[in-house]
Design a protein around this ligand. Structure first.
Ligand code: C2O
Ligand code: CU
Ligand code: CU
Length: 429
């Protein structure tokens, strides 16, 4: 494969200390410093190499969530990095522009390590995205928004002991590791790359004044065209790119309204489904640079055709297992043929929240129950919320990276559930 160039990144996972509140040192973990890690950026066609050093005193892994790459480079629970060790995955970016992320994936320890602060955004770029008149100045009008809920105890330390069925629930919101965050906006359109980096909570992002925004991308990349909406539900691990229009001198706040979890009201209340949270205040300057007209068409995208699917599989999430089996490192659950188009039907058999994530591939949603997917589920996805009692039909075409021995994962991305065994393994051969 001819590459445009090489990108070498260095990530060191280590214990750290972060002042979320001035003068109060919270014990955290992070990559290359305090809480969280750097945003990594790479272009389609580039060779990427990462030097990951583990300076923690326990094992970790780094998983590239949403990346199409060989299973051995994917950073799942088999890619253990011992304390003091160096792991050097290498791959070529062979997928479109998208907002991805990275986080630890060690067997049964993903929730704790991610809660401590190990996570970061991974932005992919390509020519098609670059040719569009979209805000593209990182940190100016193209803004990473890593949203996490946390709870602090009286000593200012993380308290993940307050739990719902979904896992640790926080009562405060961090954006990119900042409490009470605001953004000074200097352009009339701003692009927010929303990442639900929480381990459990589902958000429904919108604005305090109810204004509409344009959804331009989902987990796997840009949509064919922007879709106007006033709220988007994102469960743990999901991403959305949105464009927001602002007027000079105003203040408008990105917030999370109570998400539709599809559960009873009392189950929703116990599982972070009843909260309204302010997420990010946009403080708009008195005079703004104009982005100009944003595109009404984005990228061409193939719709996968159910007639091309050669294999159907079904997955039922129940208890702490999928299809009545709990994660077993030594057991391969599914074997997929390289390049195959498959339909995966996924059911949440419980009256409680779950979601579903597949490694190494993106899918399209064919049906939710008997309905066509809503606009927010029309694009390429790798993670999807599962409302109880609804059947999700997902279509995906697997890549060409084969390895009969080294598996990819599928699992609930509520990380406590993943740690409890709600995960399975597939190989591509
Ligand atoms: Cu974001 Cu298997 O993980
Ligand atoms: Cu993943
Ligand atoms: Cu779950």
């Amino acid at each position: 494969i001819a590459a445009n160039g090489d990108r070498v990144f260095d990530l060191t996972a280590a214990a750290s200390s972060t002042e979320f509140t001035p003068g109060v040192a919270t014990d955290t973990w992070g990559y290359n410093g305090s809480y969280l890690g750097p945003t990594l950026v790479a272009e389609q066609g580039e060779n990427v190499k990462v030097n990951v050093t583990n300076e923690l005193d326990e094992v970790t892994t780094v998983h590239w969530h949403g990346m199409h790459l060989p299973a051995e480079m994917d950073g799942g629970p088999h890619s253990v990095i011992e304390p003091g060790a160096l792991w050097q995955p290498e791959w070529t970016i062979d997928q479109p522009a998208a907002t991805l992320w990275y986080h630890p994936h060690p067997h049964e320890q993903s929730e704790q390590q991610t809660e401590n602060g190990l996570a970061g955004m991974f932005i992919l770029q390509d020519d098609a995205e670059a040719a569009l008149n979209l805000p593209r100045s990182y940190g100016v009008d193209d803004i990473p928004v890593v949203v996490q809920d946390r709870r602090f105890d009286d000593d200012g330390q993380f308290d993940i002991g307050v739990r719902g069925y979904i896992g640790a629930i926080g009562d405060e919101v961090l954006v990119n590791g900042t409490l009470g965050p605001y953004l000074e906006v200097t352009t009339d359109v701003v692009r927010l790359r929303l990442l639900n980096g929480s381990t459990a909570r589902t958000y429904d992002f919108g604005f305090d004044d109810g204004r509409e925004f344009d959804l331009i991308g989902t987990d796997g990349g840009l949509l064919e065209a922007p879709v106007a909406m006033d709220g988007i539900r994102l469960s743990a691990g999901e991403r959305a790119e949105v464009l927001v229009r602002v007027t000079p001198g105003e203040t408008v706040t990105l917030r999370s309204n109570p998400p539709e979890l599809g559960t009873s009201a009392s189950a929703a209340e116990r599982n972070a489904g009843a909260d309204t949270l302010d997420v990010l205040e946009l403080r708009v300057a008195d005079s703004l640079t104009s982005i100009g007209a944003t595109p009404t068409a984005l990228v061409e995208s193939e719709r996968l055709d159910a007639d091309d699917a050669t294999v159907d599989r079904s997955f039922t999430l129940n208890g702490t297992s999928i299809n009545n089996r709990q994660m077993e490192l030594s057991r391969i659950d599914e074997t997929v043929e390289a390049g195959a188009t498959e339909i995966w039907t996924v059911d949440n058999a419980m009256p409680l929240p779950h979601n579903f994530h597949v490694h190494g591939v993106h899918f399209q949603v064919l049906r939710v129950g008997t309905d066509e997917p809503t606009a927010e589920l029309r694009g390429w996805k790798d993670t999807i919320y599962l409302e109880p009692g609804k059947r999700y039909e997902l279509i995906m075409r697997f890549g060409e990276y084969t390895d009969a021995d080294f598996p990819y994962m599928y699992h609930c991305h509520m990380l406590a559930h993943e740690d409890d065994g709600m995960m399975g393994q597939f190989v591509v051969v």
